[in-house]
Write a protein that binds this ligand. Structure first.
Ligand code: ZN
Length: 153
């Protein structure tokens, strides 16, 4: 049974294609604090994220992976949207992204261009593709929630 393809409006389709053709922050970091992997077996997507966290903030991030255009453009867009942000803000972004995709909520204003994925919401199989990079990042978001004094290097 073929996986259903969501329809995007033209603007959003162009945006996703652009991220697919010219992925942002693709590659690896020299000194990551975390190396994270995730797979979406339903679709065969793989996402690997390296992130440098300091002071409860994502200082730098890079991704690599393979799979469908939704998973890979989502990973690219994720890196753009979390770089330089506080973990608590990223957690809120993640919650809003998930609410839009899983609960069908209207996109929250802070989602910005991540709103492009709204068209995925009606396709549960594709939701897994779009959420994959965010799930991969979960470990960092949840693990570093309350930053104590003397942040680790
Ligand atoms: Zn996929």
């Amino acid at each position: 049974m073929p996986i259903p393809e969501p329809q995007f409006d033209d603007l959003y389709r162009e945006l996703l294609l652009d991220h697919m053709r010219h992925p942002r922050n693709r590659g690896a970091l020299e000194n990551p604090t975390h190396r994270l992997d995730g797979v979406n077996p339903v679709c065969g997507d793989e996402v690997h994220i390296e992130v440098a966290v300091g002071d409860s903030e994502v200082r730098d991030i890079a991704f690599s992976g393979l799979g469908c255009s939704i998973s890979q453009s989502s990973a690219s867009m994720l890196t753009e949207n979390v770089k330089g942000k506080k973990l608590q803000d990223i957690a809120r972004l993640r919650d809003h992204f998930q609410a839009m995709l899983v609960d069908g909520a209207d996109p929250a204003p802070d989602l910005g261009d991540l709103e492009a994925f709204q068209g995925v919401a009606r396709f549960p199989v594709r939701v897994k593709c779009a959420m994959l990079p965010w799930k991969v990042l979960d470990e960092v978001i949840e693990g570093a929630a309350p930053a104590p004094q003397g942040d680790r290097q």
